[in-house]
Design a protein around this ligand. Structure first.
Ligand code: HEM
Length: 412
């Protein structure tokens, strides 16, 4: 691995905060507090030996995300400095897709994604969510107990995406497993990336041979004329960018609903909408905790930190949320959307409305089937998956009165 200069002569860097440690998953606030003590931009490691600047301040984050002249999203100069087997490459390696493209190329790719998703009508998406929830509840409902992460949120997102992009339900387990490994950024990240690549290649291959009524076929036939290879990389991005954060949005929101007596006692009476819990997660505990990866085009001073070119500068949506919870919890109107969980600027999430619809519909449908969900583990004792990028529960065990979706008159 080639070492890159970690500091400029006139600036002193603190010891890097290790976002790859298990302790970060257990107590992110402590790590964010250390970063914030360094100023609006802190110094961290995303993996052993992989350093990055971390932006924990909202003003600095907005400046970064909007300043396309000084900052690029192209990671290729940085990649030359990173070991081939670095576990973060799965999430940060350059690919010809919207996330890693600047300027006109970015606009072209992003247009195709927006147009493809625009054709999914909300009522159609709602039906797909209901179908997926019903299928999963039919599997675990009769048991009276379930883990809402591994038996609900994750497989549900895999079912929906698999279905939207045009593969049969039987393929969804592969998608879920591969993406999970890649996102954790640990020993199995490279294996996850390879499995995920294979899944996407096979999907685009199948749709190139025979079109269907699905997002992959729409990308292949888009008037902007993406090549099959370009389509492969946009699909790779959409599935990857969508599955993990949406599954985590759902499970983090469910954990807040079940772990908070105010929510829990009112949920079944319907007086407190599920959207409140989803907004709470977006505001305080966003699933995509540290991303928005940029690179200074030339070394520069930025909010008090000397930023070396070709070193990642990452937005900590997670830090901003944790500080907001500490400073403002309860002060927001339930529908105040002044958080940054969807990012900002040209690369902000293009699919936030469908993602919100999926999350709220999924939770509502689940709680219609199983109105007396009870947490088996207090929220403070739940485990979180390691990894610098996400805020993701390992499990959310619950109990409930056994139900089967086949039972007549079971659901309201
Ligand atoms: C249906 C589910 C979703 C899909 C298909 C999706 C897709 C995408 C895509 C394609 C991008 C890149 C856009 C670009 O570079 O122009 C993006 C960016 C982003 N998404 Fe989503 N997303 C989904 C759900 C979510 C969720 C649930 C969150 C978190 C709450 C989220 C947070 C973000 C953020 C923060 C960015 C900006 C990243 C950056 O600046 O590098 N997304 N999303």
């Amino acid at each position: 691995m080639t070492a890159y200069p970690a500091r400029a002569d006139t600036f002193t860097l603190s010891a890097p905060v290790r976002l790859w440690e298990d302790g970060f998953a257990t107590d992110p606030f402590a790590y964010y507090a250390t970063l914030r003590a360094q100023g609006p931009v802190g110094w961290a490691e995303l993996a052993p030996g992989v350093s990055a600047y971390i932006v924990t301040d909202r003003r600095a984050a907005l400046d970064l995300l909007h300043d396309t002249e000084s900052f690029s999203v192209d990671p290729r100069p940085w990649e030359k400095t990173v070991a081939e087997d670095s576990p973060v490459l799965g999430m940060m390696r350059w690919r010809p897709n919207a996330l890693f493209a600047d300027g006109g190329e970015h606009i072209r790719y992003r247009r195709t994604l927006l147009d493809a998703f625009d054709l999914v009508e909300p009522h159609d998406l709602r039906e797909r969510v209901h179908r997926s929830v019903d299928l999963l509840v039919s599997r675990f409902g009769p048991d009276g107990e379930a883990d809402l992460v591994t038996q609900f949120a994750r497989p549900m997102m895999a079912l929906i995406f698999n279905n939207l992009f045009g593969l049969p339900d039987s393929e969804s387990g592969r998608l879920d497993a591969a993406l999970g490994r890649m996102m954790e950024g640990g020993d199995r990240a490279a294996q996850g990336e390879a499995e995920y690549g294979k899944y996407v290649m096979e999907l685009v291959g199948a749709k190139t041979a025979e079109r269907g009524d699905d997002l992959t076929s729409r990308l292949l036939d888009h008037p902007l004329g993406l090549t099959p290879e370009e389509v492969t990389w946009q699909v790779f991005l959409m599935l990857g960018a969508g599955h993990e954060p949406s599954a985590n949005l759902i499970s983090n929101a469910l954990s807040r609903i079940l772990g908070n007596s105010a929510y829990y006692s009112t949920l079944t009476s319907g007086s407190r909408p599920v959207m409140d819990a989803v907004m709470e997660v977006l505001r305080y505990e966003t699933p995509l905790a540290n991303y928005g990866v940029h690179f200074a085009r030339e070394s520069t001073s930025f909010h008090g930190m000397w930023i070396q070119a070709a070193v990642p500068i990452v937005v900590s949506f997670g830090a901003m949320g944790h500080f907001a919870e500490r400073d403002f919890a309860g002060a927001h109107h339930p529908h105040d959307a002044s958080h940054m969980s969807w990012g900002a600027g040209p690369h902000s999430c293009p699919v936030k409305q469908p993602a919100l619809l999926i999350a709220t519909e999924a939770i509502e449908r689940l709680t219609q089937w199983l109105p007396d969900l009870r947490p088996l583990v207090p929220r403070e004792q739940l485990g979180w998956r390691p990894g610098p990028f996400h805020r993701s529960l390992t499990a959310l065990p619950v109990a409930f009165t056994p139900r089967s979706p086949d039972q007549a008159g079971d659901r309201a």
